[in-house]
Design a binder for this molecule. Sequence first.
Ligand SMILES: [Zn+2]
Ligand SMILES: [Zn+2]
Length: 143
Amino acid sequence: MNNNKALQGGCLCGSIRYRIESKPLFVNHCHCQQCRRHSGAVFMTHMGIPVEDFSWLKGEPTYWHSKVMDRGFCANCGSTISALYHDEPGIIVMPLGTLDDADKIKPAYHIMTEYQISWLNIVDELPRHARLSPGYEHLDEGL
Ligand SMILES: [Zn+2]
Ligand SMILES: [Zn+2]
């Protein structure tokens, strides 16, 4: 993909910057409790990027190693920055909200809606999945 189409993003303080060279494999809103705690928001919007199309331009996150994934954050400002599934090493999961232009990429569906906050009234027409992403049901949904 040519450079004009590359997406860039980073953490709140600018210590960490990244670049994405391809279209995400998936883009979804996740309503699980782990994402809720990791981000502090009531749901998180994720992009799954092939690791070969992803690069850190500046800095790198610090990772908290959970049972099923490594969840990254900026050690300086605390921004939620990345996540790596132990069982899907070819994919880096990035929070869409860290893109410089988050309007460029649209979510395609919701996952883990079984855990959605009850007062959150979502009026979009996107497909909703009670648990994990289609095609990724093998991933442990633990922490
Ligand atoms: Zn930062
Ligand atoms: Zn989640």
